[in-house]
Write a protein that binds this ligand. Structure first.
Ligand SMILES: Cc1cc2nc3c(=O)[nH]c(=O)nc-3n(C[C@H](O)[C@H](O)[C@H](O)COP(=O)(O)OP(=O)(O)OC[C@H]3O[C@@H](n4cnc5c(N)ncnc54)[C@H](O)[C@@H]3O)c2cc1C
Length: 380
């Protein structure tokens, strides 16, 4: 069953799928072996108009709505998580925040380069003592003559070791904290006082790395403030809604591909004289996966439609993120089970997806935090 949000997106999907299958897919299996993304990927995404697709047209973007962005995200998710992260880096949290809240000077300075992929941005919220409890930030920015002095530490920041600019959330008024005491700053690479102190690989594909950043009396000008002083927490939390929908779309794409692989394998692998697909135990796994995927699509597409229509969706994006990230974990697990040993060989699609999807229940707000937000909404 292939649902789509509207006829325009249904028409667009085969083009996106063809591009991913023909141009990106041949590189997907090389990525882990190389430990980096082949340079052609960025050029291919740009030529297709997908980089920066949600950014304003006058700054090099395509002004796509969230539904269109998520369709592309879903199709990229069928191939490799790294491709979805590249789309997010050019059109996700930091680029969107700059396009929405930046001064004309900030927009002109950063957005065109982020839109065409020549610059990279990271989003610096998480700290050792402020993960799920993002409001517990300790990084401080103190007012100095003509600017701000930032001191503190961020960690788990995706792609920070390669970023040209990091959007850093810092406390400017400890008495107010999340209620107007946190400010967003755009800190350029090489600013004295900012140092990447470690970079780690994670459970998933090799090129996905997260960094620790230390700030010691890192002085930035007043022009580095994004939005108003004190507005940073609202900017960060506001960006997370579209981030969660993007992650959910990637989960749907990956689940779709995993189900497809599991079905193909079940039809062709014979044990005890019959294809696996004739066995009820296998059929039930496939049936459960197909049902959960259909549910995920319905919930996500309906929520996207409402977001793009400007409706208040309450905790629906949290429900979508919770369900999709857990759904893809279950579908990946069943796919490995159906493929048996063939699903465990390092580097095959199913094994790689199995590792990569584990991120989704932690990043952009863990499952527990989504449940907390949903409960808060329904108990109001
Ligand atoms: C690969 C990767 C990339 C990331 N990229 C970025 C990035 O680019 N920028 C950025 O700012 N951050 C990034 N993060 C950080 C990410 O957002 C945090 O890891 C996440 O918010 C969870 O915070 P934590 O790891 O400190 O876990 P903790 O907050 O310590 O939570 C640990 C566990 O306890 C649970 N828990 C916490 N509080 C509660 C509660 N009240 N009730 C029930 N359970 C609870 C959590 O759900 C989790 O399961 C990234 C993380 C990863 C793994």
């Amino acid at each position: 069953m292939q649902l789509d949000i509207n006829p325009d997106l249904a028409e667009m999907r085969p083009t996106v799928r063809r591009f991913v299958t023909e141009q990106l897919e041949p590189m997907a299996l090389q990525i882990d072996a190389l430990g980096e993304v082949p340079a052609q990927v960025l050029g291919a995404l740009q030529a297709q108009g997908y980089l920066g697709m949600r950014l304003p047209a006058n700054l090099g973007g395509a002004e796509a709505d969230l539904s269109t962005y998520c369709l592309v995200m879903e199709e990229l998710g069928r191939s490799h998580r790294v491709f979805t992260l590249m789309l997010d880096a050019s059109s996700g949290l930091t680029p969107i925040a700059i396009a929405r809240f930046g001064t004309e000077e900030q927009k002109a300075r950063y957005v065109p380069g982020l839109a065409d992929g020549s610059q990279r941005a990271s989003f610096g919220l998480t700290e050792p003592d402020a993960g799920s409890d993002a409001a517990a930030l300790r990084t401080r920015a103190k007012k100095v003559e003509g600017g701000w002095s930032i001191s503190g530490m961020k960690h788990y920041i995706s792609g920070a070791h390669r970023a040209d600019v990091v959007m850093v959330l810092a406390v400017t008024d400890p008495a107010l904290k999340a209620r107007g005491g946190i400010t967003a700053f755009l800190v350029d690479r090489g600013t004295p006082g900012m140092e990447i102190t470690r970079t780690d690989k994670t459970i998933g594909s090799d090129p996905i790395q997260i960094s620790e950043i230390r700030f010691e009396d890192c002085v930035v000008g007043d022009a580095a403030v994004l939005g108003a002083v004190g507005q940073g927490f609202a900017i960060a939390m506001g960006s997370l809604v579209s981030g969660r929908m993007g992650v959910s779309a990637a989960c749907i794409g990956t689940a779709d591909r995993l189900l497809e692989i599991a079905i193909d394998y079940a039809k062709t692998r014979t044990t005890f004289g019959q294809p696996l697909s004739e066995r009820q135990a296998i059929q039930w796994m496939l049936a459960d996966s197909a049902t959960e995927l259909a549910l995920a699509r319905s919930l996500a597409y309906e929520t996207l439609r409402r977001i793009d229509a400007g409706e208040d969706t309450g905790s629906a994006p949290s429900m979508v993120k919770l369900f999709c990230s857990e759904m893809v974990g279950r579908i990946a697990d069943r796919a490995v089970q159906i493929l048996g040993g063939a699903g465990l060989i390092r580097g095959v699609h199913v094994e790689r997806f199995y590792r990569d999807v584990r991120h989704y229940r932690i990043g952009e707000g863990s499952s527990e935090i989504q449940r907390m937000l949903i409960a808060r909404d329904i108990l109001r």
